[in-house]
Design a protein around this ligand. Structure first.
Ligand code: NAD
Length: 492
């Protein structure tokens, strides 16, 4: 008989069992099997992690940047060596297909690679002779202890939008994974341990709301990064900022994909289906509304319905599967209720993916690709983040109407345009009020060497994750103005 593992925290270079009595089930969404128990770590364990990180900061910030990044080079190699195992773990706890998990881990590793350039990226600026014999310089220094609070949908990648930059710039760090998918970070911290990183530089504290609140209120934590739903993002942004912390919060989304009549319909359909149904629609960059313009309506509608019906749904570990389950039963029920609400608001259920039979996985949280046609642009369904494999179709007559629809939304994470016109593309990227734009691209995910944007209710803060924004977020600038009145050379 196998026993369900109880997950430890990793604090001050040690794996330690939580003292909590409050444990949550970690469930494989394809099989409903309980695969681990995750502790809701109490404030006292957050305090231990902060104390360890604060102690480690004293020597870590004095460790030269070229020496700090050596640990990231080692981590990159270990992530490569364990790539398949990590991808498999993501699929088991999160449900996405193995290919999607591999893509996710690749994106995580790319952030480690970019952060290895910190000795260049962290440099300041200077100017000699701002006045006669006076020089001025701006230097970047780390903040101290920082933390990240993560969502369930990318357990391997999202912590890496922040973690490599935080430690490479000389901060010490605490990771709080989503309680729904804590296994990937357990494995990654096993690799962190193997790098020989000094104890206390990276700490892992599992938990849920109470753990998060302890992080938000801890006076020694200087900066918090959050990725998750908009209501929680708003809560975290306001509570952490009220406590004087630097905060960046990435929130939810409702991403429109516009199809102009001059788009290549075969390519558009393939890309749109991958955007809407990839990762079972649980990507913050998933297209969830397709807006057809003028004559694009009939050809796109017919093609996307055919593509949706053919998508192979099942356990992400199985070969040939193109879409896995949604994360949990609560999410499945919510998505099915929202589909019903769309119908009640007047939409036509062109493809109904509710209650599928997936042979061998009857307990899994599966929904097949679903398409709602003639969705009311002013209704709830056109505005609510569904976070499941559901694509809503609406129709307008001009590109101006489409852009007006994009700009009327509360979110501003991503919008995509499909066209063969450069002028239309330029107009769209100029006028659309969103942070990430795709032109003939369905998931406009910025590479690690660009910041991951997001506007309106999809982002709270100013500096984003990844790249030079992350370097700026994790450092504070100091300006030095210097005068040396004697001629130094004459002293010798
Ligand atoms: P969530 O907001 O439920 O949870 C995110 C984290 O917040 C978890 O670690 C959880 O423990 C914690 N949390 C949840 N409720 C809390 C509360 N009341 N107080 C304090 N902490 C709390 O999000 P999720 O369901 O895990 O992730 C899906 C959401 O994340 C979607 O809305 C998606 O769009 C969004 N997301 C956004 C981006 C982006 O880049 N903008 C990326 C990925 C996911």
């Amino acid at each position: 008989m196998t026993t369900t593992p109880t997950l430890p925290n990793y604090i001050n270079g040690q794996w330690c069992a939580s003292k909590t009595t409050d444990y949550l089930d970690v469930i494989n969404p394809a099989t409903a099997e309980i695969i681990a128990l995750v502790p809701v770590s109490p404030a006292s364990e957050v305090n231990q992690a902060v104390a360890a990180a604060a102690a480690a900061f004293i020597t870590w910030r004095r460790t030269p940047a070229p020496e700090r990044v050596q640990y990231l080079f080692k981590l990159k190699n270990l992530l490569e060596e364990n790539f398949e195992d990590l991808a498999r773990t993501i699929t088991v706890e999160c449900g996405k297909t193995l290919a999607e998990s591999q893509g996710e881990m690749r994106r995580a590793i790319e952030n480690v690679e970019v952060a290895c350039g910190i000795p260049m990226m962290m440099q300041g600026t200077n100017l000699e002779d701002i006045a006669r014999g006076i020089d001025e310089m701006m230097i970047r220094q780390p903040l101290g202890v920082a933390a990240v609070i993560c969502p369930f949908n990318f357990p391997g990648m999202i912590p890496f939008w922040f973690l490599p930059y935080a430690i490479a710039t000389g901060n010490t760090y605490i990771v709080k994974p989503s309680e729904k998918v804590p296994l990937t970070m357990q494995k990654i911290f096993g690799l962190v341990e193997k790098t020989g990183l000094p104890k206390g530089v990276l700490n892992l504290v599992n938990g849920a709301k109470d753990t998060v609140d302890a992080i938000l209120d801890h006076p020694q934590i200087r900066a918090i990064s959050f990725v998750g739903s908009t209501p929680v993002a708003k809560y975290i942004y306001s509570r952490a900022a009220a406590n004087g912390k630097r905060v960046q919060c990435q929130g939810g989304a409702k991403n429109p994909l516009i199809v102009l009549p001059d788009a290549d319909i075969e390519m558009t359909t393939r890309i749109a289906a991958d955007s809407a149904f990839g990762c079972a629609g649980q990507r913050c960059l998933a297209a969830s509304i397709a807006v057809t313009v003028a004559d694009a309506r009939d050809s796109f509608t017919e093609a996307i319905a055919e593509t949706a019906k053919k998508r192979v749904v099942g356990n992400g570990l199985d070969q040939g599967v193109e879409m896995g389950p949604v994360i949990d039963l609560r999410s499945k029920t919510r998505v099915e209720q929202l589909i019903q609400q769309g119908v009640e608001e007047g939409a036509n259920l062109l493809v109904d993916g509710r209650k599928p039979q997936i042979s061998g996985y009857e307990q899994g949280n599966f929904i097949r690709p679903t398409i709602l046609q003639n969705v009311n642009p002013a209704g709830e369904i056109a505005r609510t983040e569904i976070f499941g494999p559901v694509l809503s179709l609406i129709h307008v007559n001009t590109i101006d109407d489409a852009i007006a629809f994009v700009n009327s939304g509360q979110y501003g994470n991503m919008a995509c345009l499909f066209t063969s016109s450069g002028a239309a593309a330029r107009k769209f990227r100029y006028e659309a009020e969103v942070g990430n734009i795709g032109i003939n691209i369905g998931v406009a995910a910025p590479m690690a060497f660009f910041p991951f944007s997001g506007w309106k209710e999809s982002f709270f803060g100013d500096l984003h994750g990844q790249s030079n924004h992350a370097v700026e977020f994790f450092t504070q600038t100091k300006v030095v103005v210097e005068r040396w009145p004697k001629d130094w050379s004459r002293q010798f």
